[in-house]
Design a binder for this molecule. Structure first.
Ligand SMILES: [Zn+2]
Length: 247
């Protein structure tokens, strides 16, 4: 699933289309008025967590790539096209994604301060929300988009490894200082991940996510679906501490 940094990277690739009008729109996404899109000028592109927001004067097109979404810029994939937009200088095509129109002001729809890559990200507010859920598993809490928008499975696994925290730890049992660092890591690691995308070094940069061996201990990593989110956790039993209550 594309995480916040990947969506910002996508936004950067689409920026040349800003101030261009849509020449043609097609696809199978429901509730998209394809013929009405023709002639509309893309004024701005924003992101919120894992959502891409294409802004037009009277509405916003919101795209969420979900678990298996893909996009293609200036070429086409053989999959079923959800939404294709043709501009003067090129085209963008989206597949297996969720497309919606937003007519309200985005400031009313989104709380930007929950987005870990937004300049207004409020780590204290995220921390307060975590403190209110002491019995939740940290691997689930980090993926909660209402607390930390943009954090996905890769970011979750890497920051837990860096802080030596086992993914099945309970939020309320993790030392407060570690929890504070973990929330800050969501923002700083996401920025680092974005730079991997920009520099094309993503594949060799992951330490544990989709890896086999702990780089600290040279022992095999565990891969397990933990928590209600059912997403894979990659962790080292030797160097990541499991914080559980005794009761
Ligand atoms: Zn280890």
């Amino acid at each position: 699933m594309p995480e916040g940094p990947q969506i910002i990277f996508l936004k950067e690739q689409l920026e040349p289309f800003i101030e261009q009008e849509i020449l043609a729109a097609k696809g199978t996404a429901k509730n998209i008025p394809y013929s009405d899109l023709r002639g509309k000028v893309l004024t701005e592109i924003k992101t919120f967590g894992k959502e891409l927001l294409l802004c037009f004067p009277a509405f916003t097109l919101r795209l969420h790539l979900m678990l298996f979404g893909k996009y293609a810029i200036n070429h086409q994939s053989k999959r079923e096209l959800q939404l294709g937009l043709e501009f003067v200088t090129g085209e963008v095509n989206f597949y297996a994604c969720d497309c919606r129109l937003i007519h309200e002001s985005l400031d009313k729809v989104y709380d930007w301060s929950t987005d870990v890559l937004h300049p207004t990200f409020d780590s204290d507010k995220a921390l307060e929300k975590l403190f209110r859920q002491p019995k939740r598993l940290i691997c689930d809490a980090l993926l909660d988009q209402k607390i930390l928008a943009g954090v996905g499975n890769g970011i979750k696994n890497e920051i837990l490894f860096r802080r030596h925290i086992h993914p099945a730890s309970l939020v309320g049992q993790i030392p407060e200082a570690d929890l504070i660092y973990l929330v800050r890591d969501c923002a700083s690691f996401s920025a680092e991940y974005l730079s991997w995308k920009q520099e094309g070094t993503e594949k060799e940069s992951w330490q544990v996510y989709r890896q086999n061996t702990c780089p600290r201990d040279q022992v095999p990593l565990r891969k397990e679906k933990i928590g209600k989110s059912g997403r894979s956790c990659y962790y080292c039993e030797k160097c990541q501490i499991l914080y559980l209550s005794n009761s």
